[in-house]
Design a protein around this ligand. Structure first.
Ligand code: ACO
Length: 428
């Protein structure tokens, strides 16, 4: 591969350095383009823009490969736990037994929220969307821990990281409990990470509750599969917001908001609502697929398509298998799963989807599992946020250690009015 690329602009030719990634990915370094030519690049949606060099996550969208820190997602899904994967993403290596024990213990002892925090949830309307509640609550963590907000103090960052991973399940579950008008449960630190989350969500003070290990394992798997996905919309948001040197809680709160959108993490809620609508309106899967293809209809086949995967999303394959297994073990027959499989079968044979390389993504089947275990649809994206949290943290930490760290500040091509004279109000 050439070490420089040449760009000719008008009469001028300039050399641009070429960077090659460890998997052979090539990038043209345009940092000096504007100073040397006066021109900038134009790339709406940043589809061809590398915003950083990163060693956390590798995706080959053509081959359907996803790796965290070099480990294949299938291996991690089969052998690891979510906390182990969180450690891997944040610290770069798989933990030794004693590192994992220390990390797990530290997460366990930080699961409680300050008692005053409960007033924050109580002040929200009952029908507040959990993603709005989660982002508000995560932002509010900065008000409770003003002594650990310095992004360049390693000890403060470590404690904030552990607090966030420990408290986000409590925050998400409290958002849900508030919507039901049920009392908030205290965390049970004897349970593992996911079992504790299930307890916070589904237990109440009047009855005994033991989390189902089959369900806990399935949720743990889903969290692993969602844990990182390189420079997607919410992760780029966390990096960009973090680049202002704001504290970690503020950057993660922004990431939660970015994830909420239906073109991103919010798609998992939209998928289940789409499946339920097909069931309830008596529509056939074929009819819905035709609607999603029609230029006159704004419906999309939610859970299909991906900016990077143009072959298949490896996470979708794993989740589809897990879906069958969990529902079988729980003895649940899901009409929604039947509809999802039918939609997939039709779409994968349809020229519209084949030509545009649209395949099921991570969100297509995850909602079927969440639904089967009794999670309301508006909580699905909050579960995605729980999973994505270590990835956001890892990317934020990596950027703060990057020698190329600088505040994110894209340019624009201005196409508005040129200079004109001001008209006083009474002359307009
Ligand atoms: N159903 C029907 N048509 C689709 C779909 C879909 N799900 N996705 C893309 N298309 C069509 C578009 O209409 C467009 O067609 P055209 O070329 O005739 O105009 C073409 O495919 C390309 O679509 P874009 O939106 O330009 O592709 P992009 O890469 O920007 O978008 C995205 C990717 C946002 C994921 C898109 O496929 C989509 O909206 N999917 C549904 C929402 C979804 O499942 N999001 C979750 C993504 S995974 C995640 O964030 C965790």
């Amino acid at each position: 591969m050439a070490e420089t690329a040449q760009l000719r602009l008008g009469e001028k030719t300039i050399d641009l350095p070429v960077i090659e990634g460890s998997e052979g990915e090539t990038a043209v370094d345009i940092r000096n383009l504007r100073s040397e030519t006066g021109a900038i690049t134009y790339d709406p949606g940043y589809a061809n823009t590398g915003s950083c060099q990163s060693s956390i996550c590798f995706i080959d969208g053509e081959k359907g490969i996803l790796r965290y820190r070099g480990y294949d997602i299938q291996d991690l899904a089969a052998n690891s736990s979510f906390l182990e994967v969180s450690f891997l993403l944040i610290y770069g290596t798989l933990p030794t037994p004693s590192q994992l024990e220390y990390f797990t213990r530290s997460i366990r002892i930080h699961t409680m929220l300050h008692e005053d925090f409960k007033a924050l949830f109580q002040s929200l309307p009952k029908d507040a969307h959990p993603m709005a509640a989660c982002s508000a609550a995560v932002g509010a963590l900065a008000t409770f821990y003003p002594d650990s907000l310095d992004p360049r103090n390693d000890r403060q960052v470590e404690i904030s990281v552990h607090r966030l991973i420990a408290k986000l399940p409590t925050i998400a579950a409290y958002a849900y409990k508030h919507s039901l008008g049920q009392p908030f449960m205290f965390p049970r630190n004897a349970l593992n990470y996911v079992e504790n989350f299930l307890h916070l969500m589904f237990a109440n003070p009047c009855e005994d509750y033991e989390p189902d290990p089959v369900v806990a394992k399935a949720i743990d798997l889903l969290l692993i599969l969602h844990a990182d996905h390189e420079q997607n919309c919410s992760t780029s948001t966390v990096r960009l917001v973090g680049s202002s040197m704001v504290n970690l809680f503020a950057a993660i709160s922004a990431g939660i908001n970015a994830l909420w959108g239906p073109r991103h993490g919010g798609a998992n809620q939209e998928v289940i609502e789409m499946l339920a609508a097909i069931r309830d309106e008596g529509m056939t899967a074929r009819e819905f697929v035709d609607r999603a293809k029609s230029a006159d209809d704004t419906s999309r086949l939610m859970g299909f398509g991906h900016r990077v995967y143009k072959n298949y999303d490896p996470r979708a394959k794993i989740i589809k298998g897990a879906c069958d297994e969990v529902l079988n073990k729980m003895g649940v027959h899901s009409k929604l799963l039947e509809i999802a499989k039918e939609l997939e079968e039709i779409a994968l044979k349809d020229d519209y989807f084949i030509e545009r390389k649209l395949f099921p993504n991570v969100d297509f089947y995850s909602g079927v599992i969440y639904n089967a275990i009794g999670t309301p649809a508006n909580m699905f994206t909050a579960l995605f946020a729980l999973g994505r949290l270590p990835g956001w943290i890892a990317q934020w930490v990596e950027y703060h250690g990057d020698p190329d760290f600088k505040i994110g500040r894209p340019r624009q091509v201005y196409v508005g009015e040129t200079a004109r004279s001001y008209q006083p109000l009474d002359e307009r």
